[in-house]
Design a binder for this molecule. Structure first.
Ligand code: SF4
Ligand code: SF4
Length: 424
């Protein structure tokens, strides 16, 4: 069916037929997984709307921003300091990479044993499916893992790509390296936008991004209540949308949703029947529309009460310290905040183990499901140490490796159900 946005998508050089297929699958998937839930908050209507317009209104906003002279910067990793992009007057969007629809195209240029996230972003580009990628003036990659690092070299043949070097250890020399990378990134963004970042701009953008983190921290505190007042799927969706919605509007809307959630918590109402097991997810980020595992868990007499992931607490736990007087001090505050990210690309990564155990204890979960994308070495290997740390704390863990296909749904469901039974 022709869409009101066809002209815009055509201008962005999308494959209209394939794109229509993608939207149809996405709509059906969303309907099955999200709209079938009972007792959702009224505030979720905003998220439903944003998702229904994910390739429509939001792309139109980006096009309007570009027409007014702004630049759009796309990212794949929470290491890219959004504060700098916003301070230069550009828009930052997180590129999702959570669907396997471009997999066949991706496998023409990538080895088959590449993680689904990498295949997804390469596939979306080659199959001309993503209006976000096509709206970007610059795509920022990072050297977090070997797969991504090499895939950006291929991606750069099709889109303007800039790669940040991410340290893999946390000694003083690694901080120095990261600081120089943040400086190099600042110069690149200034050159791209033609705007020199002033202290006042950076102060404002630090505050803006912190405010979005604060509202997500509030959401995390509220969802930890007993009984659980919001499904894990809805909380995940809010975190996913935080990456590409307008940050000011998003923060205001989620603040309203949190007010509603607070009332629900006060009233003692919950969304799951008594006896539903509280579980936590930990591991690789789940980008839109990767809702497979949360859906399986929440169809197995369990509810997800937290995600230790980049689309979860890893992205919201730490704030950039505010109150610095000079531009240099603000840059240092940014450097310090991002060095606290406990991605599995670091070695050793004991901070992550401590954070997982603390989070599981605070949330009072019955167990943790560790999720790694197939062929993701950093997270698959780190699962061993995570299990040991959790086991020492008396918390059971189930390690799952999967991708974006639906082929293993029944097998995963059997394993998750057995794990939930075991936690009782
Ligand atoms: S898991 Fe690591 S590589 Fe992936 S988004 Fe997070 S910080 Fe970046
Ligand atoms: S999921 Fe793992 S392998 Fe894939 S991009 Fe992220 S860190 Fe790399």
């Amino acid at each position: 069916m022709p869409s009101a946005y066809d002209q815009m998508w055509e201008k962005l050089n999308l494959d209209l037929e394939a794109h229509e297929g993608l939207l149809a699958v996405l709509g059906k998937f969303y309907g099955d997984i999200y709209m079938s839930q009972q007792g959702r908050l009224k505030g979720m209507e905003y998220l439903d709307f944003v998702l229904s317009e994910v390739h429509g209104l939001r792309i139109k906003e980006l096009q309007d921003a570009k027409a007014s002279g702004k630049k759009v910067v796309g990212t794949f990793c929470v290491f890219v300091p959004e504060e700098i992009v916003l301070a230069a007057g550009a828009v930052q969007v997180g590129l999702c990479a959570g669907a396997e629809i471009g997999k066949a195209e991706a496998e023409k240029v990538l080895p088959r044993n590449t993680c689904a996230l990498i295949k997804s972003f390469v596939g979306f580009k080659l199959a001309k499916l993503c209006p976000f990628i096509e709206s970007c003036d610059l795509i920022v990659g990072e050297t977090t893992c070997d797969g991504k690092k090499k895939a950006y070299e291929i991606f750069a043949e099709y889109s303007p790509v800039y790669v940040m070097e991410i340290p893999q250890m946390k000694a003083a020399c690694d901080r120095e390296l990261w600081k120089s990378e943040v400086g190099r990134f600042k110069s690149t963004v200034e050159e791209l936008t033609g705007n020199k970042i002033a202290a006042g701009d950076l102060r404002d953008s630090i505050h803006l991004v912190n405010e979005r983190r604060r509202v997500l921290q509030r959401l995390n505190r509220l969802r930890a209540a007993v009984p659980v007042p919001i499904s894990g799927r809805d909380a995940l969706l809010i975190n996913q949308i935080s990456f590409y919605d307008d940050p000011v509007r998003f923060t205001a809307k989620i603040s309203e949703l949190c007010d509603e959630l607070e009332q629900r918590v006060k009233s003692g109402a919950g969304i799951a029947p008594d006896g539903t097991a509280r579980l936590m997810l930990s591991g690789c980020p789940m980008a839109v529309p990767n809702w497979k595992l949360p859906y399986i868990i929440e169809s197995s007499r369990a509810v997800v009460v937290g995600e230790e992931s980049c689309i979860g607490t890893r992205n919201t736990r730490d704030l950039v310290q505010e109150g610095s007087a000079t531009l240099d001090d603000m840059i240092d505050a940014i450097v310090d905040r991002y060095m606290r990210i406990d991605c599995a690309c670091f070695t050793p990564n004991t901070e992550r183990l401590d954070n997982i155990v603390n989070m599981a204890r605070e949330l009072g979960v019955k167990g943790v499901i560790h999720y790694a994308l197939s062929f993701c070495q950093p997270y698959s290997m780190e699962a061993y140490k995570v299990e040991k740390a959790l086991s020492a704390a008396g918390i059971p863990m189930l390690a799952i490796e999967t991708d974006y296909s639906m082929e293993d749904v029944e097998q995963l469901k059997t394993r998750v159900e057995a794990f939930v039974e075991m936690t009782r």
